[in-house]
Design a protein around this ligand. Structure first.
Ligand code: ATP
Ligand code: AMO
Length: 467
């Protein structure tokens, strides 16, 4: 049995070795009846395979067969690795394979809804192709998403979703090392977890009204009441968002944390700080190839962050905006534009694109948020931003049941629907807090991508529930 070599691992060290690879036909360029170049792709990596008629080895027929292969078909290629005289522009690997055998494992349709080479072009490559009068198709977002299985094959998308998994991995590993335990909370709920309208309603058995969880909020807190002390969850979050924006999905992946607090809600922000610095360091140190694959199609500047994450209070943020001529309600929420502007101001002043804004006005936070003990117009809560856009919300929670009930009522929530949640606190609950991260947003903003649909494998938005 012969060893398979991954295309991504082909390099000069394998010069003159015989290799066997399996991949897709990415492109075909016939030079003559006797010679054809086939670029073969695997997991976003590409290598040029050269087929030349050679008596006893490669026949005219074989060159013809390969010339006529459909793109995206799966092939096994056997040959010897060689190093070309000049660098190869069209492939990721800088070696070629001098082919002795090609076997088509399974073919793709002759015409596909998306040409992967077209889908993989950057804006500047599109410009250059237009200037050169090249024949190609500009693949728009809807076409990509309608044909996501093909779109996912581009090197940039291979990079995005492999980076996304690294973010999830560091989240799990870091928290595990800090004594957190992974949990799984129900997604079918009797009442809404965040309040408000953005909830998907459904009928449970026996016609009982139910909804899909807008977050694991209630059950992650109830797990703290169940003595797990420090918990995290990676799971789906459902929001019936009305508006069509670049950063809202109807289903996304939530990275959630909940923990006992000994003295101060800064303990929760400490976890955010160390977790994300560890994550960004890991991406920088171990994911260069993936980041380059994304950057080649969607160029971006690396994220600038500090070894110790900057914390500003909401009031300081409002003041910075005011000094820059942006008036905002000091007891209201920041709109998207103000958040972006503050992101720029923070970058100019503190040289970081990642920071925590805390002590938000109580009025703009969910009912379960703990007011500041020294001024209850504000709350022990925070949001976290990358490049001026929110990736995290977090807070200390109200752990006194009577007060929790009062806050829920004041926020217009029907307390009957969350009575088991409120009761959990009647049996004795420790001070605690936590936060929720949108996984797709982290990757979108880390790579400075312009749309959250680019970081959702099969996105669900107000206008899309397929494929
Ligand atoms: P969270 O659920 O924690 O608030 P989020 O990022 O979804 O996270 P939103 O409350 O939806 O935040 O919005 C934050 C701010 O962004 C709002 O104050 C609002 O001004 C603005 N915003 C939200 N949706 C839109 C939209 N569709 N178009 C423009 N601005 C929006
Ligand atoms: P929040 O509602 O802010 O907080 O959500 C937490 C994080 O989830 C992400 N997010 C979204 N991502 C994609 N599409 C959406 N529609 C969407 N809505 C939110 C954002 C946001 O920061 N229970 C609290 C968290 C907590 O306090 O622990 C909560 O759900 O990145």
């Amino acid at each position: 049995v012969q060893q398979w070599t991954e295309i991504g691992s082909l390099g000069e060290s394998l010069k003159e070795s015989s290799v066997l690879i399996r991949g897709r036909v990415h492109s075909i360029r016939a030079v003559s009846k006797k010679m054809v170049f086939v670029v073969v792709r695997e997991k976003g990596f590409t290598v040029q395979c050269v087929l030349t008629v050679k008596p006893e080895v490669v026949s005219l027929q074989m060159v013809k067969f390969v010339t006529n292969l459909n793109k995206e078909s799966f092939v096994d290629v056997e040959g010897v690795v060689s190093v070309p005289a000049s660098p190869l522009k069209a492939t990721t690997q800088q070696v070629e394979i001098q082919v002795s055998k090609v076997y088509c494992v399974n073919k793709a349709l002759p015409t596909l809804p998306i040409n992967i080479e077209d889908a993989a072009r950057s804006e500047s490559e599109i410009e250059a192709a237009l200037q050169a009068g090249e024949q190609f198709v500009r693949v728009n977002q809807d076409t990509r998403l309608n044909n996501r299985v093909l779109d996912l094959r581009t090197p940039a998308n291979q990079g995005i979703f492999r980076i996304q998994y690294q973010v999830e991995k560091i989240f799990r590993h870091f928290l595990e090392d800090e004594g957190f335990v992974g949990i799984h909370t129900p997604k079918l709920m009797g009442g809404s977890s965040e309040g408000g309208s953005a909830v998907f309603r459904l009928q449970y058995k026996g016609g009982v009204p139910a909804c899909l969880a807008q977050s694991p909020q209630l059950h992650k807190q109830m797990s703290i009441c169940g003595d797990f002390a420090r918990v995290f969850e990676v799971g789906p979050v459902f929001r019936a968002e009305d508006s069509f924006t670049h950063r809202h999905l109807c289903e996304f992946t939530g990275l959630d944390v909940e923990m006992e607090i000994k003295q101060h809600y800064s303990e929760v922000m400490d976890i955010v700080d160390r977790l994300f610095v560890a994550m960004f360091d890991h991406l920088k140190q171990n994911c260069q190839k993936l980041l380059e694959a994304v950057g080649k199609q969607y160029p971006f500047e690396p994220l600038v962050y500090l070894p110790k994450t900057l914390r500003l209070t909401f009031q300081e943020g409002v003041q910075m905006l005011k000094e820059a001529g942006v008036e905002v309600d000091p007891l209201g929420d920041l709109n998207t534009e103000a958040e972006r502007r503050l992101g720029q101001l923070v970058f100019e002043k503190y040289k970081t694109q990642f920071y925590i804004l805390h002590r938000y006005p109580l009025a703009v936070r969910p009912f379960y948020t703990m007011p500041c003990p020294d001024d209850n117009a504000y709350s022990n809560s925070f949001d976290v931003f990358i490049r001026g856009e929110e990736i995290i919300s977090g807070a200390q929670r109200v752990h006194v049941p009577e007060f929790l009930e009062e806050r829920a009522k004041a926020c217009g929530i029907d307390v009957k629907t969350i009575s088991t949640y409120i009761d959990s606190f009647r049996y004795g609950a420790p001070p605690h807090g936590g936060f929720g991260v949108g996984l797709e947003r982290v990757v979108m903003l880390y790579c400075n991508l312009n749309n959250i649909r680019k970081t959702s494998l099969f996105p669900r938005d107000p206008q899309r529930i397929a494929p």
